[in-house]
Design a protein around this ligand. Sequence first.
Ligand code: F6P
Length: 350
Amino acid sequence: MAKRVGVLTGGGDCPGLNAVIRAIAIAGAKRYGFRTIGIEKGWKGVLEMLTRPLTPDDVFDIVSLGGTILKTSRTNPYKDKKTAELLRENLRKLNLDALIAIGGDDTLSVAYKLSKEGFNVVGVPKTIDNDVALTDKTFGFDTAVNIATRSLDSLKTTAFSHERTIVVEIMGRHAGWLTLESGIAAGADAVLIPEKPFNLDELCNLLVKKYESGKRHAIIAISEGARLKLENGTSDVVVQDIVKDAFGNVRLGGIGKAVAKAIEEKTGIETRSVVLGHLQRGGTPSAFDRWLGTRYGLKAAELVANGEYGRIAALRGTEVVGVEMTDEILETRTVPPDLAELTELFQPIK
Ligand code: F6P
Protein backbone atom coordinates (compact mmCIF):
# COMPACT_ATOMS: atom_id res chain seq x y z
CA MET A 1 0.00 0.00 0.00
CA ALA A 2 1.25 3.46 -0.91
CA LYS A 3 2.26 5.65 2.03
CA ARG A 4 -0.24 8.40 2.90
CA VAL A 5 1.55 11.67 3.58
CA GLY A 6 -0.29 14.71 4.94
CA VAL A 7 0.85 18.27 4.13
CA LEU A 8 -0.28 21.46 5.82
CA THR A 9 0.72 25.13 5.82
CA GLY A 10 0.37 27.09 9.08
CA GLY A 11 0.94 30.65 10.30
CA GLY A 12 1.12 33.73 8.07
CA ASP A 13 1.08 33.02 4.35
CA CYS A 14 4.28 33.66 2.47
CA PRO A 15 5.59 33.57 -1.09
CA GLY A 16 6.96 30.16 -2.07
CA LEU A 17 4.52 27.95 -0.13
CA ASN A 18 3.03 26.58 -3.32
CA ALA A 19 6.48 25.67 -4.65
CA VAL A 20 7.00 23.48 -1.56
CA ILE A 21 3.57 21.87 -1.91
CA ARG A 22 4.19 21.20 -5.61
CA ALA A 23 7.59 19.60 -4.98
CA ILE A 24 6.21 17.32 -2.25
CA ALA A 25 3.23 16.15 -4.31
CA ILE A 26 5.29 15.60 -7.47
CA ALA A 27 8.33 13.94 -5.88
CA GLY A 28 6.02 11.99 -3.55
CA ALA A 29 4.09 10.49 -6.46
CA LYS A 30 6.82 10.18 -9.09
CA ARG A 31 9.91 9.34 -7.03
CA TYR A 32 8.60 7.61 -3.95
CA GLY A 33 5.12 6.42 -4.87
CA PHE A 34 3.31 7.98 -1.91
CA ARG A 35 -0.09 9.65 -1.87
CA THR A 36 -0.10 13.27 -0.76
CA ILE A 37 -3.08 14.41 1.28
CA GLY A 38 -3.50 18.20 1.57
CA ILE A 39 -4.77 19.38 4.96
CA GLU A 40 -6.43 22.78 4.67
CA LYS A 41 -6.03 25.77 7.02
CA GLY A 42 -3.03 24.57 9.02
CA TRP A 43 -3.63 22.84 12.36
CA LYS A 44 -7.26 23.98 12.23
CA GLY A 45 -7.67 21.57 9.31
CA VAL A 46 -6.55 18.64 11.45
CA LEU A 47 -9.02 19.61 14.19
CA GLU A 48 -11.80 19.91 11.60
CA MET A 49 -10.63 17.08 9.28
CA LEU A 50 -10.38 19.34 6.22
CA THR A 51 -8.50 17.22 3.71
CA ARG A 52 -8.19 16.74 -0.02
CA PRO A 53 -5.93 14.61 -2.22
CA LEU A 54 -3.04 16.36 -3.97
CA THR A 55 -2.00 14.69 -7.22
CA PRO A 56 0.79 15.96 -9.51
CA ASP A 57 -1.97 17.22 -11.77
CA ASP A 58 -3.47 19.32 -8.93
CA VAL A 59 -0.17 21.11 -8.30
CA PHE A 60 1.22 21.33 -11.81
CA ASP A 61 0.34 25.00 -12.29
CA ILE A 62 0.79 26.56 -8.84
CA VAL A 63 4.48 27.38 -8.52
CA SER A 64 4.16 31.04 -9.53
CA LEU A 65 1.22 31.72 -7.20
CA GLY A 66 1.74 33.57 -3.92
CA GLY A 67 -0.05 32.47 -0.74
CA THR A 68 -0.98 28.82 -0.26
CA ILE A 69 -3.51 26.73 -2.16
CA LEU A 70 -4.06 24.84 1.12
CA LYS A 71 -4.94 28.04 3.00
CA THR A 72 -3.62 28.68 6.49
CA SER A 73 -4.50 29.67 10.05
CA ARG A 74 -2.80 30.61 13.29
CA THR A 75 -4.63 27.87 15.21
CA ASN A 76 -2.62 26.47 18.12
CA PRO A 77 -3.93 22.95 18.81
CA TYR A 78 -1.94 22.74 22.06
CA LYS A 79 -3.70 25.79 23.45
CA ASP A 80 -5.86 23.58 25.65
CA LYS A 81 -6.05 19.89 26.57
CA LYS A 82 -9.25 19.27 24.60
CA THR A 83 -7.89 20.47 21.26
CA ALA A 84 -4.55 18.75 21.90
CA GLU A 85 -6.40 15.44 22.38
CA LEU A 86 -8.54 16.10 19.29
CA LEU A 87 -5.36 16.76 17.31
CA ARG A 88 -3.91 13.37 18.28
CA GLU A 89 -7.23 11.57 17.74
CA ASN A 90 -7.77 13.09 14.29
CA LEU A 91 -4.21 12.44 13.19
CA ARG A 92 -4.80 8.76 14.00
CA LYS A 93 -8.16 8.82 12.20
CA LEU A 94 -6.54 10.33 9.11
CA ASN A 95 -4.39 7.22 8.99
CA LEU A 96 -1.32 9.10 7.81
CA ASP A 97 2.09 7.45 7.61
CA ALA A 98 3.70 10.89 7.97
CA LEU A 99 2.86 14.56 8.18
CA ILE A 100 4.82 17.45 6.63
CA ALA A 101 4.20 20.75 8.42
CA ILE A 102 5.26 23.86 6.52
CA GLY A 103 5.43 26.89 8.77
CA GLY A 104 7.32 29.32 10.96
CA ASP A 105 8.39 28.90 14.57
CA ASP A 106 4.84 28.50 15.90
CA THR A 107 3.79 25.82 13.41
CA LEU A 108 7.12 24.03 13.82
CA SER A 109 6.81 24.13 17.62
CA VAL A 110 3.60 22.07 17.23
CA ALA A 111 5.38 19.74 14.77
CA TYR A 112 8.20 19.30 17.30
CA LYS A 113 5.77 18.48 20.13
CA LEU A 114 3.94 15.95 17.98
CA SER A 115 7.21 14.38 16.98
CA LYS A 116 8.22 14.05 20.64
CA GLU A 117 4.85 12.35 21.23
CA GLY A 118 5.77 9.72 18.62
CA PHE A 119 4.06 11.01 15.47
CA ASN A 120 5.99 10.84 12.18
CA VAL A 121 6.51 14.50 11.41
CA VAL A 122 8.83 16.46 9.11
CA GLY A 123 9.01 20.28 9.08
CA VAL A 124 9.72 22.90 6.42
CA PRO A 125 10.73 26.39 7.62
CA LYS A 126 8.83 29.29 6.04
CA THR A 127 8.40 32.95 6.91
CA ILE A 128 9.14 36.37 5.53
CA ASP A 129 10.71 37.15 8.94
CA ASN A 130 13.66 34.75 8.38
CA ASP A 131 13.66 34.10 12.12
CA VAL A 132 13.44 30.30 12.26
CA ALA A 133 16.31 28.58 14.06
CA LEU A 134 18.23 25.60 12.65
CA THR A 135 18.27 26.97 9.09
CA ASP A 136 20.30 29.72 7.42
CA LYS A 137 17.31 31.04 5.52
CA THR A 138 13.55 30.60 5.27
CA PHE A 139 11.77 30.82 1.94
CA GLY A 140 9.50 33.86 1.51
CA PHE A 141 12.15 36.17 2.91
CA ASP A 142 13.78 36.97 -0.42
CA THR A 143 10.50 38.11 -2.00
CA ALA A 144 9.68 40.27 1.03
CA VAL A 145 13.14 41.89 1.06
CA ASN A 146 12.72 42.79 -2.60
CA ILE A 147 9.26 44.28 -2.02
CA ALA A 148 10.49 46.29 0.98
CA THR A 149 13.58 47.51 -0.90
CA ARG A 150 11.54 48.65 -3.91
CA SER A 151 9.11 50.41 -1.56
CA LEU A 152 11.92 52.28 0.20
CA ASP A 153 13.35 53.27 -3.20
CA SER A 154 9.94 54.58 -4.28
CA LEU A 155 9.37 56.57 -1.13
CA LYS A 156 12.72 58.34 -1.57
CA THR A 157 11.40 60.35 -4.51
CA THR A 158 8.53 61.78 -2.47
CA ALA A 159 10.81 62.44 0.50
CA PHE A 160 13.20 64.36 -1.78
CA SER A 161 10.53 66.34 -3.65
CA HIS A 162 8.70 67.44 -0.50
CA GLU A 163 11.78 67.76 1.75
CA ARG A 164 10.14 65.30 4.09
CA THR A 165 11.26 62.51 6.36
CA ILE A 166 9.38 59.27 5.79
CA VAL A 167 9.38 56.58 8.46
CA VAL A 168 8.73 53.17 6.89
CA GLU A 169 7.51 50.40 9.17
CA ILE A 170 8.64 46.95 8.05
CA MET A 171 7.46 43.52 9.28
CA GLY A 172 9.64 40.88 10.90
CA ARG A 173 8.33 40.54 14.45
CA HIS A 174 11.21 40.54 16.94
CA ALA A 175 13.91 39.91 14.34
CA GLY A 176 15.34 42.70 12.21
CA TRP A 177 16.34 40.71 9.11
CA LEU A 178 13.82 42.26 6.73
CA THR A 179 14.54 45.83 7.84
CA LEU A 180 18.30 45.30 7.91
CA GLU A 181 18.57 43.85 4.41
CA SER A 182 16.03 46.12 2.71
CA GLY A 183 17.15 49.24 4.63
CA ILE A 184 20.79 48.79 3.73
CA ALA A 185 19.99 47.74 0.16
CA ALA A 186 17.94 50.92 -0.31
CA GLY A 187 20.46 53.21 1.42
CA ALA A 188 18.05 54.34 4.14
CA ASP A 189 19.27 57.15 6.41
CA ALA A 190 18.53 55.13 9.53
CA VAL A 191 17.88 51.41 9.90
CA LEU A 192 16.26 50.62 13.23
CA ILE A 193 16.01 46.97 14.22
CA PRO A 194 14.95 45.20 17.45
CA GLU A 195 18.47 43.90 18.04
CA LYS A 196 19.78 47.48 18.48
CA PRO A 197 17.44 49.61 20.62
CA PHE A 198 17.45 53.26 19.55
CA ASN A 199 17.27 56.62 21.26
CA LEU A 200 14.71 59.06 19.90
CA ASP A 201 16.73 62.21 20.68
CA GLU A 202 19.82 60.83 18.95
CA LEU A 203 17.71 60.00 15.90
CA CYS A 204 16.26 63.53 15.86
CA ASN A 205 19.74 65.09 16.15
CA LEU A 206 20.93 63.07 13.18
CA LEU A 207 17.98 64.26 11.10
CA VAL A 208 18.47 67.91 12.07
CA LYS A 209 22.16 67.66 11.10
CA LYS A 210 21.27 66.18 7.72
CA TYR A 211 18.71 68.90 6.99
CA GLU A 212 21.20 71.59 8.09
CA SER A 213 23.78 70.16 5.69
CA GLY A 214 21.39 70.94 2.83
CA LYS A 215 20.15 67.38 2.20
CA ARG A 216 16.62 68.06 3.27
CA HIS A 217 14.98 64.64 3.09
CA ALA A 218 15.34 61.28 4.83
CA ILE A 219 14.07 57.72 4.82
CA ILE A 220 13.96 55.76 8.06
CA ALA A 221 13.52 51.98 7.84
CA ILE A 222 12.09 50.77 11.13
CA SER A 223 11.17 47.23 12.21
CA GLU A 224 7.69 46.78 13.63
CA GLY A 225 9.48 45.21 16.62
CA ALA A 226 12.17 47.91 16.98
CA ARG A 227 12.85 48.81 20.59
CA LEU A 228 12.93 52.28 22.03
CA LYS A 229 15.59 52.94 24.71
CA LEU A 230 13.93 53.99 27.95
CA GLU A 231 15.31 56.35 30.59
CA ASN A 232 15.72 53.53 33.13
CA GLY A 233 18.24 51.82 30.84
CA THR A 234 15.85 49.19 29.47
CA SER A 235 14.05 49.17 26.12
CA ASP A 236 10.55 48.34 24.93
CA VAL A 237 8.47 47.78 21.81
CA VAL A 238 5.73 50.23 20.83
CA VAL A 239 2.35 48.79 19.87
CA GLN A 240 -0.95 50.38 18.99
CA ASP A 241 -3.13 47.79 20.76
CA ILE A 242 -2.26 44.78 22.86
CA VAL A 243 -3.79 41.93 20.85
CA LYS A 244 -2.37 38.40 21.13
CA ASP A 245 -2.76 35.44 18.76
CA ALA A 246 -3.30 31.80 19.81
CA PHE A 247 0.45 31.30 20.28
CA GLY A 248 0.66 34.34 22.58
CA ASN A 249 2.40 36.61 20.06
CA VAL A 250 1.56 40.29 20.50
CA ARG A 251 0.35 41.86 17.23
CA LEU A 252 3.05 44.42 16.54
CA GLY A 253 2.47 47.67 14.67
CA GLY A 254 2.28 51.36 15.38
CA ILE A 255 5.91 52.24 16.03
CA GLY A 256 6.32 53.98 12.64
CA LYS A 257 3.43 56.32 13.31
CA ALA A 258 4.59 57.05 16.87
CA VAL A 259 8.17 57.78 15.79
CA ALA A 260 7.05 60.01 12.89
CA LYS A 261 4.87 62.04 15.26
CA ALA A 262 7.70 62.38 17.78
CA ILE A 263 10.19 63.50 15.09
CA GLU A 264 7.81 66.18 13.84
CA GLU A 265 7.12 67.41 17.37
CA LYS A 266 10.78 67.45 18.43
CA THR A 267 12.36 68.84 15.24
CA GLY A 268 9.64 70.56 13.24
CA ILE A 269 10.67 68.49 10.19
CA GLU A 270 7.65 67.50 8.12
CA THR A 271 7.38 63.75 8.62
CA ARG A 272 5.12 60.98 7.34
CA SER A 273 4.86 57.30 8.16
CA VAL A 274 4.12 54.39 5.84
CA VAL A 275 3.30 50.87 6.99
CA LEU A 276 4.25 48.30 4.35
CA GLY A 277 2.16 45.68 6.15
CA HIS A 278 0.87 42.65 4.31
CA LEU A 279 2.02 43.98 0.93
CA GLN A 280 5.36 42.43 1.93
CA ARG A 281 3.86 38.94 1.99
CA GLY A 282 1.68 39.20 -1.09
CA GLY A 283 1.97 38.60 -4.79
CA THR A 284 4.31 36.54 -6.89
CA PRO A 285 7.25 34.75 -5.26
CA SER A 286 10.76 35.60 -6.46
CA ALA A 287 12.62 32.98 -8.49
CA PHE A 288 14.88 32.46 -5.46
CA ASP A 289 11.91 31.60 -3.22
CA ARG A 290 10.36 29.31 -5.83
CA TRP A 291 13.67 27.48 -6.11
CA LEU A 292 14.40 27.34 -2.36
CA GLY A 293 10.81 26.21 -1.73
CA THR A 294 11.22 23.51 -4.38
CA ARG A 295 14.45 22.26 -2.81
CA TYR A 296 12.84 22.26 0.65
CA GLY A 297 9.85 20.30 -0.68
CA LEU A 298 12.11 17.74 -2.36
CA LYS A 299 14.13 17.30 0.84
CA ALA A 300 10.97 16.92 2.96
CA ALA A 301 9.68 14.20 0.60
CA GLU A 302 13.06 12.45 0.76
CA LEU A 303 13.09 12.57 4.59
CA VAL A 304 9.63 10.98 4.65
CA ALA A 305 10.63 8.32 2.11
CA ASN A 306 13.68 7.44 4.25
CA GLY A 307 11.67 7.45 7.47
CA GLU A 308 13.86 10.24 8.87
CA TYR A 309 11.24 11.90 11.05
CA GLY A 310 11.56 14.62 13.66
CA ARG A 311 13.62 16.71 11.24
CA ILE A 312 13.25 19.86 9.21
CA ALA A 313 14.55 20.57 5.74
CA ALA A 314 17.14 23.29 6.32
CA LEU A 315 19.51 25.43 4.29
CA ARG A 316 23.09 25.13 5.54
CA GLY A 317 25.40 27.19 3.36
CA THR A 318 24.32 26.22 -0.15
CA GLU A 319 23.09 22.74 0.78
CA VAL A 320 19.55 21.72 1.76
CA VAL A 321 19.85 19.06 4.45
CA GLY A 322 17.71 17.31 7.05
CA VAL A 323 18.33 18.68 10.56
CA GLU A 324 16.97 17.15 13.76
CA MET A 325 14.44 19.31 15.60
CA THR A 326 15.64 20.23 19.08
CA ASP A 327 14.51 22.83 21.62
CA GLU A 328 16.36 25.37 19.46
CA ILE A 329 13.37 25.34 17.10
CA LEU A 330 11.42 27.15 19.84
CA GLU A 331 13.82 30.10 19.75
CA THR A 332 13.72 33.19 17.52
CA ARG A 333 16.77 33.51 15.26
CA THR A 334 17.65 37.19 15.52
CA VAL A 335 20.27 39.29 13.71
CA PRO A 336 23.73 38.61 15.23
CA PRO A 337 25.73 41.60 16.60
CA ASP A 338 28.23 41.74 13.69
CA LEU A 339 25.40 42.20 11.19
CA ALA A 340 23.38 44.49 13.49
CA GLU A 341 26.45 46.79 13.59
CA LEU A 342 26.05 47.37 9.85
CA THR A 343 23.10 49.63 10.61
CA GLU A 344 25.64 52.11 12.01
CA LEU A 345 28.36 51.54 9.43
CA PHE A 346 26.01 52.41 6.58
CA GLN A 347 24.24 55.27 8.34
CA PRO A 348 24.94 58.23 6.03
CA ILE A 349 24.08 60.92 8.59
CA LYS A 350 27.01 61.60 10.95
O1 F6P B 1 5.32 36.20 10.75
C1 F6P B 1 5.02 36.85 9.58
C2 F6P B 1 4.34 38.17 9.85
O2 F6P B 1 4.07 38.78 8.61
C3 F6P B 1 5.09 39.11 10.79
O3 F6P B 1 6.13 39.80 10.15
C4 F6P B 1 3.96 39.98 11.27
O4 F6P B 1 4.22 40.57 12.52
C5 F6P B 1 2.82 39.02 11.38
O5 F6P B 1 3.11 37.95 10.51
C6 F6P B 1 1.48 39.60 11.02
O6 F6P B 1 0.51 38.65 11.27
P1 F6P B 1 -0.96 38.70 10.73
O7 F6P B 1 -0.93 38.35 9.27
O8 F6P B 1 -1.66 37.68 11.54
O9 F6P B 1 -1.46 40.09 10.93
